[in-house]
Design a protein around this ligand. Structure first.
Ligand code: 1GP
Length: 251
């Protein structure tokens, strides 16, 4: 099916089910680490792997994804920090436009330059309104994107940005405080955004505890992304996955 992943995301949302995505930065894992993560994620019933990073220096994106794909059935979705992070071995790609910023390169410029390559990859392309929210300190994404994040307490700006993204036709909204953010996005902001859009809402950046993941879902997040905290303590995969999947179904 052409839109298999997106159909699944929308169906999950309609059914009121919350999902957990483990973020893997190819620069930070070797084969042994991938093997461990895949084992833990499979046991914990993780829903997705997101693969990517603001800066991917190493040259083993393909290898990393192939290893994941040969060891489990968890879908792999590219979360690219740059147009070079495309691998045909993944299942899909978040086609990110940085709608919170005013850097034309990340709104449309790099998309034009990489359009042929992305289309020819054969991947399922999911257009995503990417919103960076201030996480209390500069993160790799705020630096690399050369764009001002949405202030953490400006819930109305976040709401209007997400609404505009949806009306422009974006199929997902991703609110991100940035990898390793000191302060993750508040439930108030998540609630405000979730109430005003229909498309699935992804939330990530600085989530380090199962309780926070649970509260974010209760506030309206459909998919929670965790990277950094898991790199430090892989046992969190099970705790966070259980918390997310224990959120009562609300439709
Ligand atoms: C970053 O949303 C992701 O883009 C995940 O953030 O690494 O802080 O979990 P963390």
């Amino acid at each position: 099916m052409k839109n298999k992943l997106y159909t699944q995301l929308v169906d999950q949302k309609k059914a009121g089910k919350k999902s957990f995505a483990v973020l893997i930065d190819p620069d930070k894992v070797d084969n042994a680490a991938i093997e461990q993560l895949v084992g833990l994620a499979t046991d914990a019933k993780v829903d997705y792997f997101f693969v990517g990073g603001s800066l991917v220096i190493s040259n083993h994106l393909d290898e990393c994804i192939r290893q994941i794909k040969t060891s489990c059935n968890i879908p792999v979705i590219l979360f690219p920090g740059s147009p070079s992070q495309v691998s045909r071995y993944a299942d899909g790609l978040l086609y990110l436009s940085l709608i919170s910023g005013r850097n034309p390169e990340l709104l449309i410029g790099q998309h034009v330059l990489s359009a042929t390559q992305v289309k020819n990859s054969g991947l399922e392309i999911i257009s995503t309104g990417y919103m960076v929210v201030d996480g209390g300190a500069p993160t790799a994404v705020t630096y690399i994107s050369n764009a001002t994040p949405i202030p953490a307490d400006k819930n109305d700006i976040a709401m209007c940005t997400a609404m505009a993204g949806e009306m422009l036709g974006m199929k997902l909204i991703y609110m991100d405080a940035g990898s390793g953010a000191k302060r993750p996005i508040t439930e108030l902001m998540i609630e405000k955004v979730a109430e005003n859009i229909e498309v699935p809402l992804i939330v990530g950046g600085g989530i380090t505890h199962p309780e926070k993941a649970y509260l974010n879902c209760k506030a309206g997040a459909d998919i929670i992304v965790v990277g950094n905290a898991i790199e430090k303590d892989a046992s969190l995969i099970k705790e966070i996955s259980d918390a997310i999947h224990s959120v009562p179904v609300t439709i």
